[in-house]
Design a protein around this ligand. Structure first.
Ligand SMILES: Nc1ncnc2c1ncn2[C@@H]1O[C@H](COP(=O)(O)OP(=O)(O)OP(=O)(O)O)[C@@H](O)[C@H]1O
Ligand SMILES: O=C(O)c1ccc[n+]([C@@H]2O[C@H](COP(=O)([O-])O)[C@@H](O)[C@H]2O)c1
Length: 239
């Protein structure tokens, strides 16, 4: 795909918006992707189909705002797995945009940068699961977020979408949210990491290329309490 702007090739964003007579619809699938799994891929594909998106860009967060850094796999490994999982779909792309940015990753910063980068005929859609929507009022600068994007909220097993809609509605902030029902996939990155640590199969939970990457690089062999102990040099249970 043709690239434009942002200086270096690796920071580049997909080129969109060249024809001023039409609207372009860009989906942004944000996540920690530690690792990426079929829940993410199905959600993005359903969002693309339901909202007629031209492209969905998967954007691994560099330093996720709500996750302890010592518990998160390196941004490079998470990006590599995201690239592997998305490469077969011409309507999907993986971006280094957030992992190249220093400091905590806030979606409002990303959306401001994208808004400044693209012409006004490119409409931005931020794709999230119901769990993320439930927390959206605690995201940085929620008011600004609401003015920068349309959210696509996807159902996720174990999370109450009606409650999420209520949270958004009663906030008084003018969020534009489209709710989509996706085929239920009760998959989480947490469960995949736990399975690997316990020596269980993760086949059919994520792409075979991602499974290969996890094995080859020895990711997730230790469970998190051990990983945190190692980083901090302590022996006790930190949970
Ligand atoms: N199975 C799923 N169905 C629908 N949405 C999902 C699913 N898994 C993740 N998402 C959504 O994808 C986005 C990125 O999720 P994230 O990378 O944190 O994955 P996760 O499986 O929730 O990870 P973890 O278990 O480590 O918290 C979030 O908006 C989340 O709501
Ligand atoms: O901007 C924030 O304050 C903020 C707080 C929590 C999560 N997010 C974004 O929401 C997306 C899903 O996050 P996570 O932690 O569930 O992987 C990802 O793109 C994060 O950067 C953003």
């Amino acid at each position: 795909m043709e690239r434009m702007g942002m200086g270096s090739d690796r920071l580049a964003l997909p080129a969109l918006g060249a024809d001023p007579s039409r609207e372009y619809r860009l989906g942004i699938m944000g996540g920690t992707f530690d690792p990426i799994h079929y829940g993410h891929l199905v959600t993005a594909e359903e969002a693309r189909d339901a909202l007629d998106l031209d492209l969905v860009v998967f954007m691994p967060a560099g330093s996720p705002a709500f996750k302890a850094p010592e518990r998160v796999t390196s941004a490079e490994d998470r990006y590599a797995m995201t690239l592997l999982a998305t490469s077969a779909n011409p309507a999907f792309d993986a971006s280094r945009f957030e992992i190249e940015r220093a400091g905590t990753t806030y979606t409002v910063d990303t959306l401001r940068a994208l808004r400044a980068h693209y012409p006004s005929n490119v409409k931005l859609f931020f794709i999230t699961g119901a769990d993320a929507i439930l927390e959206i009022l605690s995201w940085r600068d929620a008011h600004a977020l609401a003015s920068l994007t349309t959210f696509i909220a996807a159902t996720r097993p174990g999370y109450d979408m009606a409650r999420a809609a209520e949270v958004v509605q009663s906030s008084g902030i003018g969020f534009d949210v489209r709710y989509i029902e996706i085929p239920a996939l009760s998959i989480s990155s947490t469960d995949i990491r736990r399975r690997v640590a316990e020596g269980k199969s993760i086949r059919y939970l994520t792409a075979t290329s991602v499974i290969g990457f996890i094995k080859k690089n020895g990711l997730y062999r230790q469970d998190f309490s051990e990983r945190v102990d190692e980083v901090r040099g302590v022996g006790g249970d930190l949970s």
